[in-house]
Design a protein. Structure first.
Length: 230
């Protein structure tokens, strides 16, 4: 555990809260804390209001902690999501405060900050890493992001042995069979065994973009396990 730090000495910019979820932290009843700010601009991002980094959060971290205290015994875990939670420099201290309140802690991350992930990984119970594209083509999806950073984050997670999930939102405007094959091979070479495919939703038509049979077959041929989430 970290040295005890005063509640008021920790800052986390919180842009939103989901008070109860059964799907964001496997096996736990949890709340989700959405952190404000993200350096990337994925073309399909559903949380655009959380992207500006210069803004203070909608909620004070101290108020979130006080609310969570009232959920002790009802919730088992807290998920940091976003935005990009690792943008919050005091995430390790915040995770420690949650542990002291009796909660397990999960992290959803894009992998943009591997150095910060390395510090936070030992302090959390579960991590979900977004895979955006083949690592050398990240800029196409993220608006300029560097896939080498995400690749390093994946390496850290796999080396740590930490329970995790790798998930990819499969944008049909980007993913050809060739790109899906390249991405799956890169993941397999690093030792990834399971990929969750999240269906991309078209905001204009409000319809899910189905994954083609060819792409599904290609992923399933290369990776030991592929599952689909709508
Ligand atoms: S990394 Fe996540 S939060 Fe950031 S722009 Fe992409 S989808 Fe949105």
């Amino acid at each position: 555990m970290q040295p005890v730090i005063a509640v008021n000495d920790v800052t986390v910019n919180v842009g939103g809260i989901t008070p109860f979820t059964t799907i964001d932290f496997p096996g736990r009843l949890a709340a989700v804390v959405f952190c404000q700010g993200c350096p990337w601009r994925c073309r399909y991002c559903h949380n655009r209001h959380l992207l500006p980094t210069g803004e203070g959060g909608r909620y004070l971290w101290q108020d979130v902690l006080a609310w969570l205290k009232t959920r002790q015994g009802l919730l088992e875990g807290v998920v940091f999501s976003g935005g990009e939670p690792l943008l919050q420099k005091q995430l390790p201290e915040a995770a420690d405060q949650l542990h002291r309140q009796g909660f397990e802690v999960a992290l959803h991350t894009s992998g943009v900050y591997p150095e910060r992930l390395a510090k936070v990984l030992p302090l959390i119970e579960w991590v979900g890493l977004d895979i955006k594209a083949p690592f050398d083509e990240y800029r196409e999806i993220t608006g300029g992001g560097n896939g080498k950073r995400a690749c390093e984050s994946l390496r850290l997670i796999l080396e740590s042995g930490k329970p995790h999930e790798l998930r990819c939102t499969l944008d049909p405007r980007f993913f050809t069979v060739d790109r899906a094959e390249k991405m799956a091979k890169q993941l397999a070479e690093l030792g990834a065994s399971h990929l969750v495919i999240q269906v991309c939703r078209d905001e204009a038509s409000r319809r899910n973009q189905l994954v083609s049979k060819e792409i599904a077959a290609c992923l399933e041929n290369i990776l030991p396990a592929v599952t689909y989430r709508s």
